[in-house]
Design a protein around this ligand. Structure first.
Ligand code: LMR
Length: 398
């Protein structure tokens, strides 16, 4: 029966890793998949994580199932981190939440829950958005539509066009927003723009769906939660998918969180039962290990401080790499003004060059990044930035 299925092309993001591995060039540069890398191109285990592993090793006495909602300590810690310890929605017990298998798992179970509420659910995503949003939501039966977000020619957010589009979104439709460090563009809403979006959500009645995968990588752990917290204070209902892959460096452990803010505490209880039943129907309960580590890190004052300083270190390094890239491009005498890279936040930037240029960089210079021109800033280093800038300059002149 399987011979009737068509073979599919490699994943537009994960497929780059395989292509990179096969490239024999000793000078190849990997700016593809969004993983943090140090100056030597390694993705080390965070110190806070290693220390939490030692604590867990001494504490874990059984491998018996955990509950479908996951570790309650992890859930509480993550809700505090995202919404703030003094959050009103948390005090009012208006939040239902489960630990999910990664941010992807969180997005998928929230999509399944939306379909349970309304089989014709429409989710509006930014143009462009993270490539995997489409299968994660679309394969659950969600109808996807796009709102204008990024102007590639001007390298800025098309905020007026975005708002014009969102004004016409129907009550009950869902609008997916990137909490911070927009993937793929790195172009984030300002606090003033978040205020306008929150006001529109509360008057028009669309359901905000916030994807928080990079908290701490933009301006700081608190600063990056501005939009999320403002929305939580402004609307009756919203949903949130979070990931610990990047800011805890727990990529392979698959640690995420799906949260639902409801009108009141009694609806939150209903939502809790529903989201757990969605999880039970797909994977039963989340993997335990990564959530247990995050629980330990968030609950322990000393480990928390170590983790926070590691997040700051990763953020500061990526800011420095942005500056280095812009300086090196200018030193190569490229005509295009790339200074917008310094304004963008987090792990990604759009270089705003054509797919043909991206292909040329890959085939002629062994520089790997996504066709959209999204680069993983963390893949740049002091040792490869000059070669990278030269390759970009040569490609733009070719
Ligand atoms: C990315 O955007 O590169 C990462 O989130 C990895 C992935 O799964 O796509």
């Amino acid at each position: 029966m399987f011979e009737t299925l068509p073979a599919l092309s490699p994943d537009p993001i994960l497929g780059l890793s395989a292509a990179f591995k096969e490239d024999p060039s000793p000078h190849k540069i990997d700016l593809g998949v969004g993983v943090y890398k140090d100056e030597h191109g390694n993705t080390p285990i965070l110190k806070a994580v290693s220390m939490a592993q030692a604590v867990l090793q001494g504490r874990e006495t059984s491998k018996v199932y955990i509950t479908p909602q996951g570790h309650q300590g992890y859930i509480n810690g993550m809700l505090d981190l995202m919404f703030g310890k003094d959050s009103q929605v948390l005090a009012d017990k208006r939040v239902a939440a489960v630990q999910a298998p990664g941010g992807c798992g969180a997005l998928r179970i929230l999509a399944e829950l939306l379909i349970r509420c309304n089989k014709d659910t429409v989710v509006w995503v930014s143009d462009p958005t993270w490539a995997n949003h489409m299968p994660l939501l679309g394969d659950a039966g969600i109808t996807l539509k796009t709102y204008p977000y990024f102007d590639k020619a001007k390298a800025t957010i098309k905020f007026d066009e975005m708002m014009d589009c969102l004004k016409d979104v129907k009550k009950g439709d869902v609008v997916l927003l990137h909490g911070c460090c927009h993937n793929p563009t790195g172009a984030d809403l300002s606090n003033q723009q978040w205020q306008a979006v929150a006001a529109l959500a509360s008057t028009n009645g669309f359901l905000p769906f916030v994807d928080v995968a990079y908290q701490g990588f933009g301006d700081g752990l608190e600063e990056d939660a501005y939009g999320l917290r403002l929305l939580a204070d402004s609307v009756d209902e919203m949903i949130v998918a979070a990931s610990c892959s990047k800011n805890f460096g727990l990529y392979r452990e698959r640690v995420g969180l799906a949260a639902i803010i409801t009108k009141d505490a009694s609806v939150a209880k209903i939502a809790q039962s529903q989201i757990q039943s969605v999880a039970r129907g797909i994977y039963s309960m989340p993997p335990s290990y990564g959530g247990a580590l995050v629980d330990i890190i968030l609950a322990d004052g000393a480990l928390n401080q170590i983790w926070k300083s590691e997040v700051s270190e990763m953020r500061e390094r990526m800011i420095t790499l942005r500056q280095l890239l812009v300086e090196n491009l200018s030193m190569q005498g490229v005509d295009k003004d790339f200074s917008f890279i310094n304004e963008q936040k987090g792990m990604f930037s759009f270089l705003c060059i054509s797919p043909e240029h991206v292909q040329h960089l890959r085939s002629e210079h062994s520089v790997y990044f996504v066709d959209s021109s999204r680069v993983n800033i963390a893949g740049i280093s002091k040792s490869n930035v000059e070669a990278l800038a030269k390759a970009i300059a040569a490609t733009l002149k070719a």
